[in-house]
Design a protein around this ligand. Structure first.
Ligand SMILES: Cc1ncc(COP(=O)(O)O)c(C=O)c1O
Length: 394
């Protein structure tokens, strides 16, 4: 069998070095637990916002195996059953939108950006193409989505950027109002900025954006790649805000580890895309769709949205009990929680890893907790115990 050392060496020798890897190689997962190549066990509060129903959930494994035995892939120029079933399900659990399937969050956002530009040409005396996004946002790594992302470090080296994006501060309605011009066709925003440090949109902000968009006939696009599918204690982040967006984008949790992305748009907007406007070879293939259907069924049957709400509150409460002077704030919704520190969180992440707890750190100083929706209070207690031990000796 390959050794840990050989894995590290082969990665260095044969892979493009775009990832700053942490020297642990995972070989197995079950529920909230992971095991590395040396047999060490970890508690996964990192998940990268992906393993929504936990690692290798039996229903997920079953759905993959069953579909793999029937049909793994065929062309989008033909019909396949899991695709239409998943589209129906997503439409029913959301605002009744129509779906375009992609393979990632960036691709889902690309679809939304293209649809917004098409919308900008419709019935408009002049071409509207500008999309307003926020500073600190993250929308992906393709050229259009990195251009939409309001972070200079993501742009660096890739200029000239795709034109037509304007950045305004997050949670600042007045600045959005000022930024709107006759060329604006959409506003793209995350209900909670994930990579930006778990910054939660206020109720007034998102309601205000909805009102502005209605008045100006601008699309409101919510990037729910991190917040969607139960993560925030509701099926979708927008449900916290008493609004219906025009478009949402989903990925990460959607396939609980199997790559899939989706854009959902209100039917009258979705129908502006015509055959040939957009496409994806793998987008919505039978394997990914059958798996995702199983994920949504598990979320509903196991009451995981309610679990995210309840245990999210418990996680926030337990984190808030940690009274160290250098903790600036604990914030979030449901199971998307951030803890802002006064200093870089890298060493804390490393020390937690040594103790068997995997967490992430964004924007240098915000520890981010994204456990799977199946997390229990006992898991949270164990994570807090480890975190407390690490923070105490800091
Ligand atoms: C809010 C948001 N949008 C889009 C993306 C891009 O998703 P992907 O990496 O699947 O392209 C991410 C990834 O972290 C994200 O957090």
């Amino acid at each position: 069998m390959i050794t840990e050392k050989q894995v590290f060496e082969q990665e260095k020798k044969f892979m493009v070095p775009v990832y700053k890897r942490i020297p642990v190689c995972f070989v197995k997962g079950a529920g909230i637990k992971l095991w590395d190549i040396n047999g060490k066990e970890y508690l996964d509060f990192f998940g990268q916002g992906v393993n929504g129903i936990g690692h290798c959930h039996p229903m997920l494994v079953k759905a993959i195996a069953e579909q793999a035995n029937k049909l793994i892939h065929f062309s989008n120029l033909y019909y396949t059953i899991p695709q239409v079933e998943l589209a129906k399900k997503l439409s029913e659990v959301s605002f009744g939108g129509k779906v375009f399937f992609a393979n990632s969050g960036a691709e889902a956002n690309e679809a939304a950006i293209k649809l917004a530009r098409i919308y900008g040409q419709e019935g408009s005396p002049r071409r509207r193409y500008e999309i307003i996004t926020t500073t600190g946002s993250f929308h992906g790594r393709t050229l259009a989505t990195l251009s939409a992302t309001g972070q200079e470090k993501i742009h660096k080296g890739f200029e000239p950027l795709v034109q037509g994006f304007k950045y305004v501060p997050f949670n600042d309605l007045e600045q959005v109002e000022k930024a709107i011009t006759p060329s604006t066709c959409a506003i793209l925003v995350e209900p909670i900025q994930g990579e930006g440090g778990v910054n939660v949109a206020t109720l007034d902000y998102l309601k205000g954006l909805r009102k502005l968009c209605d008045e100006q006939k601008i699309l409101l696009i919510l990037d729910e790649v991190q917040t969607g599918l139960g993560r925030c204690g509701k099926m979708f982040g927008y449900e916290h805000y008493e609004i219906i967006p025009d478009i949402i984008t989903l990925a990460k949790w959607l396939g609980s580890g199997v790559p899939i992305g989706a854009m959902l748009a209100k039917p009258q907007i979705a129908d502006l895309f015509l055959p040939g406007s957009h496409a994806s070879t793998f987008g919505g293939n039978p394997l990914a769709c059958a798996t995702t259907l199983a994920v949504i069924n598990v979320i509903i049957e196991e009451n995981l949205v309610e679990n995210a709400r309840e245990n999210g509150q418990y996680l926030m409460a337990r984190l808030s009990e940690l009274k160290y002077s250098y903790i600036k704030e604990v914030r979030g919704k449901g199971l998307m929680v951030g803890m802002e520190l006064e200093f870089p969180g890298g060493p804390i992440v490393e020390a937690c890893l040594q103790e068997g707890l995997i967490v992430n750190c964004t924007v240098e100083k915000v520890l981010r907790f994204l456990p799977p929706l199946i997390v229990t209070k006992q898991d949270i207690d164990r994570a807090i115990e480890i975190l407390n031990k690490v923070l105490k000796f800091r």
